[in-house]
Design a binder for this molecule. Structure first.
Ligand SMILES: Nc1ncnc2c1ncn2[C@@H]1O[C@H](COP(=O)(O)OP(=O)(O)OP(=O)(O)O)[C@@H](O)[C@H]1O
Ligand SMILES: [Mg+2]
Length: 223
């Protein structure tokens, strides 16, 4: 599913070189739920961005869902991204659309039949526990609900891989726990999940394989 082989990433900021990842290697099997943790600046976001080909490594190879990401052509990048759901710290919902419409949006753009859209949207909302809020607007939602709507939007195409970058970063403990439960449900449906969080305590409560980055190195990979 994912194979990262001796990947390094150096950002150039003017004349300054900022090393973000150093010789990172690991494999993630289909259906695994992996927590990516480490202090702020350890390289978690950088690594996730490389996995959905938002950026290229400076060195090393990455294979995701059978695609070799380094020489990938533009149309293949689009195909890769269609197979990856992504959630961020901010839900980034369209404010003038209901929850239903936010989740349905990408299916509409792809021209899916209306019956299929309805079925898939309600499926996704049920998985994240938000069925009753389908007609609400983002401003009417709690932060936890908004984040669950973003999660529903990320899984509505039933992607085999879900990447989540600090999805609980803005949430209190109770709301964070709800997101984690939703992620576990998604994982038990067979979706491969990589969850990045700097919240070490939260990472520990998940009791899943945990890859710890420290200064761009894999410091630990256990569980
Ligand atoms: N676009 C960029 N340009 C230059 N440097 C960057 C860029 N993105 C990240 N960095 C640097 O790369 C290193 C890793 O950053 P990254 O955002 O991947 O860490 P992180 O583990 O996600 O941190 P956080 O927990 O704060 O989100 C840091 O030193 C950061 O300053
Ligand atoms: Mg980050």
């Amino acid at each position: 599913m994912i194979e990262v082989h001796r990947v390094s990433k150096v950002y150039s900021v003017g004349p300054v070189k900022v090393p973000a990842l150093r010789e990172v290697s690991f494999r993630i099997a289909k259906g695994e739920f992996v927590v990516l943790t480490g202090a702020s600046g350890a390289g978690k976001t950088t690594l996730l961005r490389l996995l959905y080909r938002d950026d290229l490594p400076s060195e090393g190879d990455i294979e995701v869902l059978g695609y070799n990401l380094v020489p990938l052509r533009r149309w293949q990048v689009a195909a890769l991204r269609r197979s990856i759901g992504v959630v961020f710290q901010d839900a980034k919902l369209l404010p003038v659309r209901t929850v239903y419409e936010n989740v349905a949006f990408v299916l509409r753009v792809l021209g899916a039949p209306r019956r299929e859209i309805t079925e898939r949207v309600f499926d996704a909302l049920r998985i994240v526990g938000l069925s009753s809020r389908a007609q609400a607007y983002p401003a009417q939602l709690s932060q936890g609900e908004a984040q669950r709507a973003a999660l529903a939007r990320a899984i509505v195409r039933r992607p085999p891989l879900l990447l989540a970058d600090e999805p609980t970063g803005n949430l209190d403990e109770a709301m964070a726990a709800e997101i984690l439960e939703a992620l576990k449900d998604i994982g038990s449906g067979g979706t491969t999940i990589v969850l990045a969080t700097h919240q070490a305590r939260l990472a520990a409560t998940l009791r899943r394989r945990t890859v710890t980055l420290d200064g761009g190195h894999v410091a630990k990979d256990e569980g």
